[in-house]
Write a protein of this length. Sequence first.
Length: 458
Amino acid sequence: MTWLAGSRACQTWASAAPHARVVSWWQTPPRPVAPAAGSLVVRGLAHTGPVWGALVAATFLAVLVVAPAARIAACILAAVGAVSFAKPVWGAAALPAALIWTPRIYLAVVGDEALFCRIDHAIVAGLAAYLLIREHPRGTSLHVPLVLFLTGLSATTLVGLLRGTAAAPESALLSIAQLAHLGLVFICAHAQGPRLGRAGLYAWALPVAALAAFGVAEWLRPCAPMPDGPYRTFEHVFFAGQANHAAGLLAVGAVVGAALLREPRWRALGAALAVAAGTALIGTRSREGAAALAAAFSGLLLIRVPRLRWLAPVAVAAVLVVPPETWNALAPPGSSLFDRIVNWKEALSTAPRHPWIGLGLGARHRQFYDNQYLMFLVEGGAITLVLFVGWLAYLARELGQAATSSPGLRGALSAGALCGLAAIAFQSLVAVCFVVTLVAGPLYWLAGYALSVEEPES
């Protein structure tokens, strides 16, 4: 990022170690978006197209045999996937709404796990099949850190299954499939961004605005009887138990709307999105969402006013010098933070026994951790955590360079996506967000679209 590369800290580091890879990596200009016909990964996937087709056919056949009652649902999902394959632009445009609004369709029970699909699964399957059969994905350099992370996580989980520290195979497989699905959301949005053009902004903003409108309406007219404590939106009916997750997405929506204010053409949409999302976030009463919103707008402030970048290390230093008595006061016994700290200590007690490989994905339910990084450290080991952080850092680098060097819609959306990524990364310190469809799905779609959209000349 330009503002980071020009900071005194980076300049001092560059003068002290002019050949350091850390400095050169951040200062490297962004790579152009180009077809990846020479990619070994893409060619390997393309040449195994019949294998993937056979696996999909076998899956649907197994569903029809094991759960006859799911035949209609399977037919609907197959039809959606076929339409996305035939009309990939339609599928990419409908994907954000599907990620936010479509419910689960339960197909069968495998072991202790309920096998379900959603409309967004079918859309992503159709788009991925289109990419493998009809054309090669664009910008494969962006996909490498993501593929490395998923490969490392799969390998560590396999080791955990073999030695018996991971959960049942079906739990581990479904967890990996969820992360792969979210990664494909990014890849598909990045591939179809140029074709979507300006319409892609509406495809993302309108479902998020509808989510905000639903939250405001539920706040004014509760969907359930009023509890003894304060009423929280997104805890009942359609979004049951999703208050914190919805708050994270609303924080992303608010900062994206604010980022669009710099473009005269999109100011009305940006203002409406920022106001609606910010208002709806209040009804969630989510402290995680409020912290994510603060992190998002702090990042936007640093991008817009680079001379204030010195505040970032000061804020980090201030957090590090907070005395333990203050943290103890914030986490009294019986509070949610106290329960998180207890679970964190228990989870960390197993980390020294398997520091590099971890226990294997799915060893515990994600709600036990309430910390995305701790979850990957304990279940995937230090290797998986490093690969995950590396993927996020690479994505942040690409978004930061696009935000400071690209004009128009791409620059504004990249700035909003970068701040949204910072918000969810910060929220993930006390929550597990990057495996939740409602949060990570729209964020990944926005990032992929922002890095590839080519706004036509007015």
